[in-house]
Design a binder for this molecule. Structure first.
Ligand code: C2E
Ligand code: CA
Ligand code: CA
Length: 528
């Protein structure tokens, strides 16, 4: 196949596009998974902080209960209260010590008995809770102190910081958690620090106790989502990678196919490999040559002569048909012009044109250049339009067709009756000829309905005052029938097959009464 010849790949957007296309499923998948992971982490973080709050609440309930039980004893002599103080320490799992105070001074302790230490209500958040970084018994070891009072007498109960660390470390080992009490906080490393606790990079959340003046802050480090992705979604990650690779490869394959075809057409155009073949169009009356249709052939260096249906559809699709047609028109003019004397006046030369060529006025220049090769009124240029690609009736196309007519160029509707917009075209554009498609001609002698369709097309063109050309005439029955129906021009294998320029010119020169050429002897192109 001519359109599969490989060309070296160039580094351009074509090289980058497959990577981009491959990245799309991966990127989309990662966005969705990431969103899901963040949602999961947010929920986990909220649950964790609430669990820690619940656990610390439970500890403080123990402390609170002990304090409430001892509160009636506050102000009593230490010797009377000491047993009760120790009983609360022993009976409550979380209570490390209990103490009584009066007039801002601690006077009785479960550990030391009588003691004298100042108690400052200001040290306690809400007057109730104090997170200390250590005391005289365990310096540098955190402890949480609970204060209950009635007037200037009250109870202080403490819990060891290790109980708090258990909550911060064990409830969610992979989360980073901080317990904040007023202006100080403590993380899972067990150091009490002042100032606001750090905000977690991912899924930061906070929960405050509704019973005691403390809050818990949690969240995860920046690398957590990636770690979850690796641990929990390895199969999905693999699937996304495979999808990305498949999409990238498919895109690369498509691009290679398209770019190699495009490049191959481009190369062929530069090498002037698209050549005109000529198929005569005869008058129905005397079968004399009234003109010829120019049919493109690809003179491929390796594949030989390539039929147009193998490359024209792709050239139309890729937009390369316009320069190809322009080159074909030039090639045709240059082949025929030196032998213009062989053509009778008003010799019709039909060129197939696609919709892309009608989008701007450049076709006017192409036709003008073509006609300038010939003596005035020697050739009559006809443009054959098909419905393969729709021509839109824009102001530009309407102006184009007007100007073409002013220039004497004629318009023929090719393959008439095969598409859906044949009648629309007739309404919108000023058409001079209808070319009856060969499928209708082939119906001649067939069933009555088919024949009826053909007759209707001929009748329609007569009513619209259009010239009519029947293509694909292969036998005398078809010829005679069409001539009998008043069809003006016929084209088909019965009269001649499409032929190269040299053969066409030789055939023209061989016709009886053909004009003599100005040069002596057969010119170069006709010697073939
Ligand atoms: P088309 O414009 O309808 O051209 C007529 C086709 O019918 C030609 O095929 C011709 O060789 C073929 N043909 C002529 N007489 C007979 C016959 O008696 N029997 C049969 N069975 N076929 C006959 P070809 O040359 O292969 O061209 C095929 C199509 O390619 C053309 O159909 C036209 O649509 C397109 N094409 C050819 N050259 C050009 C061109 O320069 N530009 C554009 N845009 N399209 C072209
Ligand atoms: Ca045609
Ligand atoms: Ca046709």
């Amino acid at each position: 196949m001519p359109l599969t010849v490989k060309r070296p790949a160039r580094c351009s957007w074509r090289t980058l596009l497959p990577w981009a296309v491959g990245a799309i499923p991966l990127a989309c998948g990662l966005v969705v998974i990431n969103w899901q992971i963040e949602r999961e982490l947010r929920m986990a973080s909220q649950t964790t902080t609430q669990q820690v709050v619940g656990y610390v609440d439970h500890i403080l309930d123990n402390l609170g209960n002990a304090a409430q039980a001892l509160l009636p004893l506050a102000g009593s002599p230490c010797a009377d209260a000491q047993f009760a103080l120790r009983k609360e320490v022993t009976g409550n799992a979380f209570v490390r010590s209990t103490n009584l105070f009066q007039h801002n001074a601690l006077y009785c302790s479960s550990l030391f008995g009588e003691i004298e230490e100042p108690v400052k209500a200001n040290d306690y958040t809400d007057g109730r809770l104090w997170l200390m970084d250590g005391n005289s018994v365990t310096p540098g070891h955190p402890l949480l102190v609970y204060r209950a009072h009635e007037g200037d007498r009250g109870v202080i109960s403490t819990v060891d910081g290790d109980h708090l660390l258990t909550a911060l470390r064990l409830i969610a080992p992979e989360a980073s958690l901080q317990l904040q009490v007023g202006p100080v906080w403590m993380g899972s490393e067990g150091v009490v620090q002042s100032g606001p606790p750090p905000t977690a990079a991912v899924a930061a959340s906070s929960a405050a106790s509704t019973h005691y003046p403390f809050s818990v802050h949690g969240g995860y480090s920046a690398g957590k989502p990636a770690a979850v992705l690796r641990e929990q979604y390895p199969e999905l990650l693999g699937l996304l990678l495979v999808l990305g690779v498949v999409a990238g490869l498919a895109c690369r394959w498509q691009l290679r196919r398209a770019s190699s075809s495009r490049a191959e057409l481009q190369r062929a155009l530069a090498a002037n490999e698209f050549v005109p073949y000529f198929q005569p169009v005869v008058r129905a009356g005397d079968c004399g040559w009234a003109g010829a249709e120019v049919l493109m052939r690809w003179n491929h260096p390796r594949e030989g002569l390539v039929r147009p249906d193998l490359f024209i559809p792709y050239a139309e699709h890729s937009g390369q048909i316009v320069p190809m047609t322009r080159a074909l028109m030039l090639h045709t003019a240059q082949s025929l012009a030196p032998y213009a004397a062989l053509l009778e006046d008003d010799f019709h030369i039909a060129i197939n044109i696609t919709a892309d060529h009608c989008r701007d006025l450049s076709l006017l220049d192409d036709c003008r250049t073509f006609l300038q090769h010939f003596p005035p009124s020697r050739v009559r240029l006809t443009l054959e339009l098909t419905e393969r690609k729709l021509i839109e009736a824009t102001p530009v196309t309407l102006e184009l067709f007007d100007k073409l007519h002013e220039m004497g160029v004629m318009i023929a509707l090719d393959d008439f009756g095969t598409g859906q917009s044949s009648l629309n075209y007739l309404r919108q554009f000023k058409v001079d000829y209808l070319k009856i498609d060969q499928s209708f001609v082939a119906m001649i002698g067939g069933d009555a309905l088919s024949q009826h369709i053909l007759d209707s097309i001929i009748e329609l063109s007569g009513k619209l005052g259009l010239g009519i050309v029947a293509e694909g005439v292969e036998n005398e029955t078809q010829r005679d029938y069409l001539a009998g129906q008043g069809v003006d021009f016929l084209q088909g294998y019965l009269f001649a097959r499409p032929m190269p320029a040299a053969e066409f010119l030789r055939a023209l020169a061989a016709r009886p009464g053909a004009a003599r050429l100005p040069q002596d002897g057969a010119p170069e192109i006709m010697r073939g």
